[in-house]
Design a protein around this ligand. Structure first.
Ligand code: GLA
Length: 404
């Protein structure tokens, strides 16, 4: 009897074990299939929204995850319009997050060195935080002694933006909007701004910036400040990434990183990236401009047909040799700031728990030249009531075996 009962129990155990083994085998098979899925097998596009955190002022911050049909994924938070992560495949199809960032809203609020954010009202520096427009001199906050940087104490990177989901046939996107009141951070004019992020099925992240002003004329220079590491954030230095810039000239800076006004050629200097060169190849040259910047921190003047050419052109191409990932940046802007992450100093811990050291990420910020309001011969950044500010930048991802 006992034996019968226990053999029946044993039978049940064996059946259960068998089922469990089958289930495990099935799920391994399924997982294996999805892990090795070709990146070209179409997947459903989606937009997912979740609560990311609450600001100290009690505002809710949402995170939107955009996924395209190739599985590329971009996470954007409504605080600062920050791109928190960009997951793209390498040449084997393995995905990694190539954008530096933080895991928590608290880190973004307390210590963000502009990771991923929308910078404005004026990206980069304005000398002594001062400019004159229509006969009135405006004094901005000096938040990068002795200059004003990225919009002042509370720039566009520190506001919660209103978000609207945008669904296209072959793209998913997010439109972020805000109104910057007349006098915000001492900038004149009431500025209505929209920034639309669109993730296409061609692995492009497109950014369309749109702004209008009422009441007074103002100055505008908007960009996105993503720091990239194409081997994956937190994997170390970007010095072996190869960079090509479509720029024969640049705007040298003084000791406070304000353009001197000259626009010399890059030829014969370590700033010549007209052919692909590793970022680290010449970064330790004692060339005075590199010493001032502690590396690269310069605005490059994009090669354009004419001064008013605002067509969408290829501005930069970066390739990471180990993963084969390629980033191309196209823009309608006249300049691009190449910053080699010189101020990262090991005090910040990134999204995946790794600490960021100098040169662990680079930024390529499409823009008008720094301090343009104080240089009459630089392309103008003035926006007047009735005019429309409209610029586009595209981050396009591919690999050196899958380039299209
Ligand atoms: C820009 C500037 C740099 C630095 C970073 C943010 O790239 O040019 O000098 O301030 O922003 O840390």
């Amino acid at each position: 009897m006992n034996w019968i009962r226990s053999s029946a129990a044993l039978g049940r155990v064996v059946v259960r074990l068998g089922a469990a083994v089958l289930l495990v085998a099935l799920s391994i098979g399924l997982l294996g299939a999805s892990a090795s899925a070709s990146p070209t097998v179409p997947q459903p596009q989606s937009i997912k929204k979740d609560l990311f955190g609450t600001t100290p002022a009690g505002e809710k911050v949402f995170r939107y995850t955009l996924t395209n049909s190739r599985g590329m994924q971009v996470k954007i938070i409504t605080y600062g319009g920050i791109i928190q992560s960009i997951e793209v495949p390498d040449r084997q199809g393995h995905k990694a997050n190539v954008a530096l960032g933080f895991a928590t809203l608290k880190d973004y609020v307390e210590r963000n060195p502009y990771f991923g954010c929308i910078t404005g009202r004026y990206a980069n520096r304005i000398a002594l935080g001062r400019f004159t427009l229509d006969g009135v001199t405006y004094q901005l906050a000096i938040n990068n002694d002795p200059n004003s940087l990225h919009g002042g104490n509370k720039g566009f990177d520190k506001y919660v933006w209103r978000a609207t989901e945008v669904r296209g046939d072959s793209s998913v996107g997010l439109k972020l909007s805000r109104v910057s009141p007349d006098g915000e951070e001492n900038y004149p004019g009431r500025l209505t701004v929209d920034v639309t992020y669109t993730l296409t099925n061609k692995n492009e992240l497109r950014m369309d910036y749109h702004a209008t002003v009422t009441r007074k004329a103002t100055i505008v220079n908007l960009t996105n400040h993503t720091y990239f590491n194409l081997a994956g954030e937190g994997t170390g230095s970007i010095l072996d990434h190869e960079l090509r810039l479509n720029a024969k000239r640049y705007t040298p800076v003084d000791a406070t990183l304000i353009p001197t006004g000259e626009i010399p050629r890059v030829a014969g200097t370590p700033l010549d990236f007209t052919k692909p060169v590793a970022i680290g190849a010449r970064i330790r040259d004692s060339f005075p401009q590199l010493v001032i910047g502690r590396g690269y921190d310069h605005n490059f003047v994009l090669d354009r047909k004419s001064r008013d050419d605002t067509s969408l052109i290829l501005a930069a191409r970066v390739r990471e040799p180990t993963s084969g990932r390629i980033l191309e940046i196209l823009t309608t802007e006249p300049g691009i700031q190449f910053y080699s992450g010189n101020f990262l100093d090991g005090t910040l811990v990134g999204t995946s728990g790794k600490m960021y050291r100098q040169g662990d990420g680079f930024a390529l910020e499409t823009q008008h030249y720094p301090d343009s309001p104080n240089h009459a011969d630089f392309p103008s950044t003035v926006l007047r009531p009735g005019q429309v500010y409209q610029t586009t930048t595209i981050y396009k991802f591919s690999t050196d075996e899958n380039h299209n």
